[in-house]
Ligand binder design. Structure first.
Ligand code: SF4
Length: 368
C-alpha cells in the first residue's frame, strides 16, 4: 500500500472571506495558543506510520508567527517529505515566516489567491493584488520553494469577463506549476452563499455574475490553461506534467491519510474518522481530556466501492473496477457511455470532458 499523507488543520484566518465555507474563523490569540498546544500533543501521541506527504491547510496556516509554526513543526515527523505543502493567504508570506517554513521542510505553497484583481479580492474580504502575489512568489523562489499552486474562483462578486482575463493574465505571467479553478459554491456554509440563497445586500450577492457567465468563465480558464500546457488531472485541478498534488491524489485514490486538528478527517484503508469540527470544540474536548476524534466508521465493500467511484471518477485517470464491481456497474456505465460522458476500457472507468462537467450527476447515475 502507498505511504500515507498527513493533514494538519490550522483553522485561523485574519478575516472571514465572504465565499468561505470552511470551518475556519478569526479567533483570539489565547484560543490559538491552546489549540496549537493540543494539536502538537495530538500529533505527538499518534502512532504514525512513515508518511510521504504533509499538507498544512485550514484556515490560513500562513498566519502563524514563526515561533508558533516552529512549535508545531517540532511535533511533526522530521524526515524529508516527498511533498510538504502549506496553504498561504497572499500578504502573509513574510521573509521570517518563509524561513521557518523552509527550515521545516516545506517544499510547496498553495496560494489562495481567488482573484488577482484588487476590486474583486476586496469584495470577497481580501486585501491583495497581483503585485502582492508576485513579490511573495519571488521571495519563496529565492528561499528554494518554487513548487507553487494558485487557486482561483470563478463567480466572485464584481467579477466580470475583463477582470477574469486579468487574473488569467497574471497566472500566465507567474506560471505556477499547479492551478485549481473552482466555481463559486452557493451553499449555506458561507455568508455570500447564504445571501445568494436567502437575499440580502451585505456580502455582494447582487454583484455575483449570472450562472451561465460563471460557467463560461470556468470553461474558458480550463481551455486557456490547457493551451498553456497544463493538464487537467481532476475536475478542478490542473498541473504541469509531473506537478500534480501528491497529497490530494491520495484522497482521490483512496490511499491512507491521517488528519490532525479541528475538522480533520482520516482514512486507513478500512475506517474513516473525523475530529471535532470547530477550533473551540476541539480545544474544549481536549481540555476535558476527551479525544479529538468524534466519529469513526468502518466501510464495507459496497461503501468502499462507492467512495472509490465518488473520488476516483473526478480524476482523469479514473477508477479500475474488479470483475464483480464491473458486473454491478456495467448497465449504468453503458447508459453513460452512450451519452458520451464515460469511457470504459478493460474495467477502467473514466469521465470524458463532458462527463467531468456533470461529474456529480454522472457519479450518482453510475452508482444508481
Ligand atoms: S477563504 Fe481561506 S483565508 Fe478566507 S476565511 Fe476561508 S480559509 Fe480563511
Amino acid at each position: 500500500m502507498a505511504l500515507p499523507g498527513i493533514y494538519v488543520s490550522i483553522p485561523f484566518c485574519a478575516q472571514k472571506c465572504t465565499y468561505c465555507n470552511f470551518r475556519s474563523d478569526v479567533y483570539s490569540r489565547a484560543l490559538r495558543a491552546d489549540y496549537l498546544r493540543f494539536l502538537a500533543s495530538e500529533v505527538r501521541e499518534a502512532a504514525l506510520p512513515r508518511a510521504e506527504t504533509l499538507y498544512l491547510g485550514g484556515g490560513s496556516p500562513s498566519l502563524l508567527e514563526p515561533d508558533e509554526f516552529e512549535t508545531l513543526a517540532r511535533a511533526l515527523p522530521s524526515h524529508a517529505w516527498r511533498e510538504a505543502t502549506i496553504e498561504v493567504a497572499p500578504g502573509e508570506a513574510t521573509p521570517q515566516r518563509i524561513a521557518a517554513w523552509s527550515r521545516a521542510g516545506i517544499n510547496r505553497v498553495s496560494f489562495g489567491v481567488q482573484s488577482f484583481v484588487p476590486e474583486v479580492a476586496r469584495a470577497a474580504g481580501r486585501k491583495h493584488d497581483g503585485e502582492t502575489v508576485r513579490a511573495e512568489v519571488e521571495r519563496l523562489d529565492a528561499a528554494g520553494i518554487s513548487n507553487i499552486s494558485v487557486d482561483l474562483i470563478a463567480g466572485l462578486a464584481r467579477q466580470t469577463w475583463a477582470s477574469w482575463q486579468q487574473s488569467l493574465a497574471w497566472l500566465e505571467q507567474l506560471g505556477p506549476n499547479h492551478v485549481s479553478i473552482y466555481m463559486l459554491e452557493s451553499d449555506d456554509d458561507s455568508r455570500l452563499g447564504r445571501e445568494l440563497r436567502s437575499g440580502g445586500t451585505r456580502y455582494g450577492a447582487s454583484e455575483v455574475p449570472a450562472e451561465d457567465l460563471i460557467l463560461d468563465l470556468y470553461l474558458h480558464a480550463l481551455e486557456r490553461l490547457q493551451d498553456l500546457g497544463y493538464e487537467r488531472y481532476e475536475v478542478s485541478n490542473l498541473a504541469r506534467p509531473g506537478a500534480e498534488s501528491a497529497h490530494n491524489l491520495k484522497y482521490w485514490r483512496m490511499e491512507p491519510y491521517f488528519g490532525f486538528g479541528s475538522d480533520a478527517h482520516s482514512f486507513d484503508g478500512e475506517h474513516r474518522w473525523s475530529n471535532a469540527a470547530s477550533a473551540p470544540e476541539y480545544v474544549d474536548r481536549l481540555n476535558r481530556g476527551d479525544p479529538a476524534r468524534v466519529s469513526t466508521e468502518r466501510l464495507d465493500s459496497e461503501r468502499l466501492l462507492e467512495d472509490r467511484i465518488l473520488t476516483g471518477l473526478r480524476t482523469r485517470e479514473g477508477v479500475r473496477c474488479s470483475a464483480s464491481e464491473w458486473e454491478r456497474l456495467r448497465a449504468n456505465a453503458a447508459a453513460l457511455t452512450e451519452r458520451g460522458w464515460l469511457v470504459a476500457e478493460r474495467r477502467r472507468l473514466r469521465l470524458t470532458d463532458s462527463g467531468l462537467l456533470f461529474a456529480d450527476q454522472a457519479i450518482a447515475e453510475l452508482l444508481g
